[in-house]
Design a binder for this molecule. Structure first.
Ligand SMILES: Cc1ncc(COP(=O)(O)OP(=O)(O)O)c(N)n1
Ligand SMILES: Cc1nc(C(=O)O)sc1CCOP(=O)(O)O
Ligand SMILES: [Mg+2]
Length: 223
């Protein structure tokens, strides 16, 4: 996904890329250093700020701190849930779930140039609907058990290979993804892996995780 632009993953041979999701709770100053180190360790396509049950002011202040770090590293800065705040911040895009708002409403709020991604759980139908409406990517999950979210669905690996063969809209795989379990998703054609705990809680630290994900992507792209 290009920073400040649309996803550029329409080359079917393009390697999979990493999409970072911020931890559920963090202290901004300390996390800024962790994020900087992670972004310096290898390619990252996107950073999604995902904060729940906090004030708009907290989201705005946190985004002000993190967005320049992401963008300086060439990663698109995506805000979760809130197209209105994404627009106000000048973020590169927004991610909306099925219970947040319809794609068309999110698009209306952020304008034609921003990235809009849509959660599609394990549903081909939701994904085709989002893709036809103009979503820049569709997200499938959860592929593995996760403690980060009470995920509503479990998505099968075949969904990734089917979407990759049939559709051109980029797909993001999410949910419990780690360096240890990601290889089948990458081989099946996922365009992006969205990862939270698998990076921030990696045994060797977030920078090592980013480097390891990128080694896996490169190895599979070379096959
Ligand atoms: C890349 C990506 N995929 C899926 C989600 C989940 O969105 P949603 O279903 O709205 O759930 P919350 O994340 O808002 O709890 C996501 N955030 N990002
Ligand atoms: C935010 C989110 N959405 C999911 C979905 O299935 O739609 S799973 C998930 C959690 C992602 O964090 P982790 O990498 O720690 O599992
Ligand atoms: Mg949401």
């Amino acid at each position: 996904m290009a920073a400040a632009g649309k996803p550029v993953q329409d080359d079917p041979k393009a390697p999979c890329r990493l999409y970072l999701i911020t931890p559920p709770v963090f202290e901004t100053k300390a996390f800024s250093e962790v994020l900087k180190a992670a972004l310096g360790a290898g390619d990252v396509a996107c950073v999604q700020l995902r904060l729940k049950d906090v004030t708009d002011d907290h989201i705005m202040r946190t985004a002000d701190a993190l967005m320049p770090l992401a963008q300086r590293a060439g990663a698109a800065f995506i805000l979760n849930d809130r197209p209105d705040l994404a627009q106000a911040l000048g973020a590169d895009g927004v991610h909306v779930g099925q219970d947040d708002m319809p794609y068309a409403e999110a698009r209306r709020l952020v304008g034609p140039d921003a990235i809009v991604g849509v959660t599609c759980h394990d549903s081909r139908h939701l994904a085709m609907e989002a893709g036809e409406a103009g979503a820049d990517y569709v997200a499938f999950g959860a592929f593995f058990p996760t403690a980060t979210k009470d995920a509503k669905s479990r998505a099968p690996l075949e969904l990734v290979s089917w979407w990759s063969e049939m559709m051109t809209v980029p797909q993001v795989a999410i949910g419990g993804i780690t360096t240890a379990n990601c290889t089948p998703l990458v081989s099946a054609g996922a365009d992006f892996l969205a990862v939270s705990a698998g990076v921030w809680q990696h045994a060797e630290g977030p920078a090592a995780a980013v480097a390891a994900f990128n080694r896996i992507f490169d190895d599979i792209a070379r096959q």
